[in-house]
Design a protein around this ligand. Sequence first.
Ligand code: FAD
Ligand code: SIN
Length: 533
Amino acid sequence: MQTDFLVIGSGIAGLTYAIKVAEACPDKKVWVLTKSQTEETNTKYAQGGIAVVHDPEHDSFAKHIEDTHIAGDGLCTPEVVELVIKEGPQRVKEIIEWGARFDREKDGDYALGREGGHSESRILHYKDVTGAEMERALLHKIHQLSNVHMTSDYFVVDLVTQHHLGFLVTKSTPDIQCYGVYALNLATNRIEIIRAKITLFATGGNGQVYRTTTNPNIATGDGVAMVYRAKGRIENMEFIQFHPTALYQAGQKGQAFLITEAVRGDGGILRNHKGEAFMEKYDERKDLAPRDIVARAIDNEMKIHGTEHVWLDCKGIPTEQFLKHFPNIHQTCLKAGIDVSKDMIPVAPAAHYSCGGIKTDEWGRTSIKQLYAVGECASTGLHGANRLASNSLLEAMVFAHRSFVHSITAMNELSYDHIEIPEWDAKGTSAPREMILITQSLKELQQVMSDYVGIVRNNVRLERAARRLDLLWEETENLYKNTVISPQLMELRNMITVGYLITKGAIFRKESRGLHYNTDYPHKSPLLQPIVL
Ligand code: FAD
Ligand code: SIN
């Protein structure tokens, strides 16, 4: 099978790119693959909205740029911050033209929300389900394009590079090239070769590496693991953002429901078990300090009081306002027996966003030729050591556009490589005898990552995590060599790789900066550098 543009992932990054290349090149084939149902993405769950300078009279690019740098704690790439923030409004205008709706005030102007780390109200949103609305608009638009082929239930297993043609490929091989992918067709259970002139990874985040996360099941870091296996560059993986306020439900594991930061923007106050509003002890911006600070403060309060959560008090927000701005949260809390007008919401931090990922340049190019990466799987330099709230939907749209611009020019000079790509070699493998070997290893991985590589780290914990991960890796590789491939096994293997990359990054970073806080190195190092693996 072959296509001109192959897009892996159907969230905001993949769909935006696919729409643009399909419209610009009506004679070219665009194939979008996704391992689950098309709309099951991190994008669908985005709540707060999209940060953008909408009204230059009350806001400015300079302020949004400064806020991004402050959150990123010195590690953002200045040129990238500037281009994302300045090109953002144009990208937002486009998605509005494609049909995405955002809430408006009575006077017809857009309603702008406020989130942690922002010096102005600048978050465009659609109630508390902004991501679902954007995903809806993108899918509606893409279905109108006849040269786009969308396929769900296709699990991309690996990139095809020179390695599969029998050449030795190492990190120092200068011209690693992507010829397409091997993908497991979940309908037939066969691994197929898909050749592509240009491949774009938009595979999203990796929250499932942790015990509790705001991310859905698809967020297993597959793209990062595949690029790492193909000897591409990965950077800044130690910067995992924990969202301060996921709904706490006793005994819950896996995906936790998010209580958007916009609730604190509307006046929600964090309280400890004594009912004290504690954020003023930690930061003068109180409940609207950047996320790393709020998450660490909550973690500290939970440790001091020996509790598994703190409270979010929304009783001061008029009920009518809460219902208007956060209908989904209101409904979900009610189902959990919480009436936000009378009860406080139990909340705890949960793994939320991966700031690092596949290293890309300002055009979304990875270190592997003909492979681009956009969205949460990419590391563009925008977020530095900590992402500013609601900057990721913006980043995905800006870099989808930039990758589109670059790749349609590149496409003119590309033809299908007439190389013989070998069929997937499944010799010596048999059906898995015990699924528990996979499920148990996954639990162990999530436990190790949550206990040793979480919000607060130290050297002993990190070394311990590295040793546990080595063992899990060895066992999983044995299983992989002897077992017929399944999505569960591939995801486990990918998540162990991602866990290893997070842990290695954390071990190499001998300082505390942004989301990486190591009590053995509580200060910042004067050396400002990304950690590239
Ligand atoms: P995703 O939307 O996650 O899409 C990934 C796609 O890749 C999926 O289609 C998946 O099936 C596919 N895929 C992955 N691996 C494979 C494979 N091996 N084979 C085939 N397909 C594969 N950001 C903001 O800016 N504002 C917000 O308000 C906001 N709120 C959020 C709330 C929640 C609860 C969460 C979880 C995140 C939030 N974020 C927010 C972050 C933001 O939603 C994500 O960073 C962004 O949507 C990621 O988009 P993406 O296109 O990169 O990936
Ligand atoms: C939120 O709504 O609090 C999440 C926003 C984000 O992750 O950017």
